[in-house]
Design a protein around this ligand. Structure first.
Ligand code: ADP
Ligand code: MG
Length: 320
């Protein structure tokens, strides 16, 4: 009786642009819940956008300290933990560097060495303090939660689904995908992973339920100069776009914030660092594609993965 079709008969969808990307949510629930989720994501965007001077993060960046709402403080505290845990591969203070390379105003340029060195002096998440709901930045610093915002939004959306007794759905927040429950036929959801050379296609997919799958790739935002590609993921140690042979990293975990943060951080670490990090933190799985077309998969990721036909990546499984 309890499960007699309830919940699965209603499908509600929302497609919209937020956080600088396209989002589509499909839930087995009411249109009201779908609208509530969309409103929540749009609200988070208005709080977190570093590019918007009137957002909480925008004001913090301008003034150097600010009172934060509960959500912003919650995300900032989770993000700082992840910065520490990844030994600064994730560093939410890279914004001045992201700006200097032109990724914000799209006036792409290669900054000089001394300019980069100067900016690196103010790049250090350890100089961000969060205390009693108030955040403080070191001088010259700017925060950017862009690497984790979509993941956090996914977590909030999943929470709203639970509160509204929606037991299944798929939320695609621009490459960060939350797969909740199962498809009506009882199968897991299949989440596609973008082909970096043709982002309209997928090279494969993972079969998941109750997970958030996040991908960071050098193909998402980049510029080319003198035949060299410069991507939007900055290595906080060098102040330059990450250039370690990694093309894309997909992370699968229970938490959107974690999946999103780690997809960026493992990209910066490269395959050797990523392997090592995974072996000491087995609460997630990852898939890394490198420039040689080798596809590295952790054991759990391999079990969930299916390569699409026409793709001939050389698969290598990483054991614990
Ligand atoms: P996308 O937003 O394209 O899905 P990511 O989740 O990987 O990709 O986040 C990349 C964004 O995070 C960049 O656009 C930049 O604003 C910021 N960023 C770049 N490098 C880092 C880094 N090492 N740590 C934290 N944030 C970063
Ligand atoms: Mg990310």
């Amino acid at each position: 009786m309890l499960f007699s079709g309830c919940g699965y008969s209603n499908v509600a969808s929302e497609s919209f642009e937020s956080m600088d990307t396209f989002m589509k949510i499909d839930i087995y629930g009411s249109a009201d819940t779908a609208a509530e989720i969309r409103a929540e994501i749009e609200n988070l965007d208005s709080l977190l956008s570093a590019q918007d001077d009137s957002s909480e993060i925008g004001r913090l960046n301008k003034i150097g300290s600010a009172e934060l709402s509960e959500d912003t403080a919650d995300l900032l505290s989770q993000a700082l933990e992840l910065c520490k845990d990844t030994d600064g591969a994730l560093d939410i203070s890279v914004y001045p560097l992201v700006e200097a390379w032109g990724f914000i105003d799209k006036n792409y340029r290669i900054p000089g060495e001394s300019e980069i060195d100067d900016l690196l002096k103010n790049t250090d998440y350890r100089k961000i303090t969060l205390s009693g709901g108030r955040a403080y930045l070191g001088s010259g610093m700017k925060l950017d939660l862009g690497a984790v915002a979509k993941g956090y939004a996914a977590d909030k959306a999943v929470e709203l689904m639970k509160q509204n007794n929606v037991r299944a759905g798929i939320l695609n927040l621009g490459g960060t995908v939350a797969a909740v429950g199962e498809k009506p036929n009882g199968e897991k959801w299949r989440v596609g992973i973008c082909d970096p050379e043709n982002t309209a296609a997928y090279f494969g997919s993972v079969s998941v339920s109750g997970k958030v799958v996040a991908t960071s790739g050098s193909y998402e935002r980049y510029f080319e100069q003198d035949g060299k590609r410069y991507c939007h993921i900055i290595d906080p140690k060098t102040g330059c776009p990450t250039d370690n042979g990694t093309v894309s990293v997909t992370v699968i975990s229970d938490s959107g914030t974690k999946s999103d943060a780690l997809s960026t951080a493992l990209f910066v670490m490269g395959i050797d660092g990523a392997k090592e990090y995974w072996r000491s933190h087995t609460d997630f799985e990852f898939i890394l594609l490198d420039e040689e077309n080798t596809l590295w998969l952790t054991e759990g990721a391999e079990a969930a993965f299916r390569m699409n036909k026409d793709y001939e990546y050389n698969m290598k499984v990483i054991k614990a």
